[in-house]
Design a protein around this ligand. Structure first.
Ligand code: IVH
Length: 689
């Protein structure tokens, strides 16, 4: 067989197995066998690069997102939906639809009911059957170009099957399956990071990540439910869903045809309970008029289509005893209260703890230890205490008072006037070091496998580690002496020596972590407000930890996406001598403190024009458009190809194209050559308006 024929065969087989796994939930081969097929295809493509095509299954990972996602206009606005919360709301919706169609009292209206996926809406563009773009909803008119992240979602085909229209824009939802959500939150909990409140937030955070490989690991799923300008193709929504499926796109399979309001109510009632069995989170039902001709007659308001509504499942609430209000010390020193509850089963899981936000919130709601409290799990997966059940409050129950000392080191807690959070400001507080080090070593940061909660606690307790840099001095001998605990099947916990083999593995992981990309280190340092994404943006824009350390608030703020709060937090962190000393010791230990050229290639230059996008049109007298673009880019600006509301200004020369008109229509400023010259004369470091 020729390599080309084998490549074809492998791609067909891999696509088939991806579909079986991701679309039908019925894999035919083991993961290892699948990986083997992929491995063979990769090897063949490496040997015959001329045979590589962008729709090959090997091309899902490997693309790299640009550092700030480009803004792209949607072919048609992405509307949101009006909500219904009760059966009466559903009947009122049906009444409005019938009135709108002028058919009050006539035949029941035909609807399609679909589960409402708790995710993030996405627009997919296919040209001649090939996936060319994925964009988030954004403000509904413009979204963010997240193509490289969409390409790693396995259930989204890179190439459609069958006969497909040459240009297609498809809408749908990207989501995190329950298992991935739980796993990510478990990891975040272990590393002391704030938990994602719900799969929607987690999916949104994931889609905006700049590392497609990390996105791939999170195993997002997707369902599609809409074709833009579909009325040109089919007569009903049901036919659209069938067409999507036939093209190989994922469609949530539990949709149904319904007629009249009773059917709608029955479907919503059934799924209010049945949803718990689904592998993904759904927060309601979307009801859509089936006939596209009827939809056209109904039209839309400025915000919502009149032919659809989202029924939201009621939040599930339970009452339980609040046994204690305990506090937790986080890595930034924030001391936050949480509720220890008599365990109770709510919405599919047993709840023994719930967040209480902050002492002000507790006082406002008058929540007390010993109260019976109402707890709720709405769309949010993290349970929250709604408030006390006052009728059941016993006479002995006293108002709760926030403690004024740190539960771990005893330091007096501080609370800035303007903030609601109390803090332990003792930088050597073992609780802060513990949480901080767990975060530093966590999968999302320096990714040092094995250095989890238990080991971190022991190295701190034995005085082996006083700050993060000490991790790089840990010896195999010292680690081997620690203990590891495991739980036997009968529930008994047994402790044994960590041992030489495990110790060697951890030391190897520590060693390996030195070569991590710079953003992991920045994120790992645990600077307040600096999350994964802002760490990536900083690493790419600044290029090295030393550049960040000396940057001013103004310079940092001129980086896209870095606002005043983040910028000040970074400057404040580096102004601490002990933090600067820590960075020096980490550098000395051999950690990578510079971004690679590839990482920097996509970088936003930090400059006076950072965060601005200019579009150029027409002929300039003093320089070519290319020269003008390069000069603007050197000052940190981005050059756009098309005008959108997000464009800062359009630079217009003689004989301008339609871009000048578009700018006027959108109210985007138009500037001439003299204003351009003034912009380019700006001193780097000076901020322009
Ligand atoms: S249809 C114009 N169908 O819910 C109609 N939306 O609350 C567009 N969503 O922005 C939406 N599952 O992100 C539709 N089966 C489904 C959906 C769904 C989830 C989301 C979507 C939309 C939001 C509206």
């Amino acid at each position: 067989m020729t390599p080309s024929a084998r490549i074809d065969e492998l791609r067909r087989a891999i696509r088939h197995h991806e579909n079986r796994y991701y679309l039908d939930n019925a894999p035919e081969i083991a993961d290892a066998e699948f990986d083997e097929l992929m491995g063979e295809l990769r090897a063949l493509e490496a040997a015959h690069p001329e045979l590589l095509t962008p729709d090959s299954p090997t091309q899902r990972v490997g693309g790299r997102a640009s550092s700030a996602f480009a803004t792209v206009p949607h072919a048609e606005p992405m509307l949101s939906l009006d909500n219904a919360y009760s059966e009466d709301d559903l009947r009122a919706f049906d009444d409005r639809v019938r009135k709108g169609l002028g058919e009050a009292g006539g035949d029941p209206v035909a609807y399609v009911t679909e589960l409402k996926i708790d995710g993030l809406s996405i627009a997919l563009t296919y040209e001649h059957g090939l996936l060319v773009r994925g964009a988030t909803r954004g403000d509904g008119v413009h979204g963010e170009d997240v193509t490289s992240n969409v390409r790693v979602i396995r259930s989204i085909p890179l190439r459609l099957s069958g006969s497909v229209p040459p240009h297609l824009e498809i809408r749908g939802e990207v989501f995190l399956p329950r298992t991935s959500f739980d796993r990510i939150n478990r990891e975040r909990e272990e590393s002391g990071e704030p938990l994602f409140a719900n799969p929607r937030n987690a999916a949104a955070g994931t889609m905006r990540n700049l590392e497609p490989a990390l996105v791939a690991r999170r195993r997002l799923g997707a369902f599609t439910y809409q074709v833009v300008a579909e009325e040109d193709r089919t007569a009903s929504h049901a036919a659209t869903l069938e067409a999507l499926r036939a093209w190989g796109l994922p469609v949530e399979p539990h949709w149904e045809r319904c007629a009249g309001p009773d059917d709608l109510v029955a479907f919503c009632r059934r799924w209010a309970d049945a949803r718990r069995e689904l592998p993904f989170e759904t927060d309601g039902v979307v009801i859509k008029v089936d006939s596209l001709a009827e939809r056209r007659r109904l039209g839309a308001t400025s915000k919502f289509p009149r032919w659809a509504i989202a029924f939201k499942f009621p939040a599930e609430q339970k009452t339980t005893l609040l046994k204690q209000i305990a506090v937790n010390v986080g890595r930034t020193g924030a001391v936050t209260p949480f509720a220890v509850l008599e365990p109770v089963f709510v919405a599919g899981s047993t709840i023994a703890m719930a967040t209480l936000h902050n002492p002000d919130d507790i006082a406002r709601k008058d929540i007390r230890e010993g109260d019976w409290v109402l707890i709720e799990k709405a769309g949010d997966v993290i349970p929250r205490v709604v408030g006390p059940v006052l009728s059941r409050r016993g006479p002995e129950v006293r108002p709760w008072q926030m403690r004024t000392d740190c539960p771990r080191c005893g330091a007096t807690l501080q609370k800035p006037e303007a903030e609601a959070v109390w803090r332990c400001e003792n930088a050597s507080c073992p609780a802060r070091l513990q949480r901080g080090l767990e975060h530093f070593a966590s999968r999302g940061a320096m990714n040092i496998e094995g250095l989890g909660e238990s080991l971190v606690a022991q190295v701190i307790e034995r005085g082996l580690v006083r700050d993060y840099a000490d991790v790089y001095g840990l010896s195999e001998q010292a680690l081997a002496e620690l203990t590891s605990e495991s739980t036997r099947s009968d529930g008994r916990v047994i402790a044994r020596k960590f041992g030489a083999r495990n110790a060697a593995k951890v030391v190897e992981q520590i060693e390996r972590s030195k070569a991590n990309p710079l953003w992991r280190l920045i994120y790992g340092l645990g600077i307040r407000h600096i999350g994964e994404r802002s760490a990536q943006v900083l690493a790419r824009a600044a290029g090295s930890i030393d550049a960040i350390a000396v940057a001013t608030v103004e310079a940092l703020q001129s980086t896209p996406e870095i606002g005043p709060v983040l910028a000040e937090s970074v400057v404040e962190w580096f102004s601490e001598p002990r933090n600067r000393d820590l960075v020096a010791r980490l550098t000395e230990a051999g950690l990578r403190t510079e971004a690679t050229p590839e990482e920097r290639a996509a970088a936003d230059v930090m400059g006076p024009l950072s965060g601005r996008t200019y579009v150029l049109t027409g002929t300039l007298a003093s320089m070519s458009r290319e020269e003008a673009s390069a000069a603007l880019e050197r000052l940190g600006a981005k050059i756009g190809n098309s005008v959108s509301r997000k464009t800062t200004a359009v630079v217009v020369g003689s004989d301008p194209g339609s871009k000048a008109e578009k700018a006027q229509a959108l109210g985007v400023p138009v500037i001439g050559e003299s204003e351009l010259a003034a912009l380019l004369a700006a001193e780097p470091g000076a901020r322009q308006t």
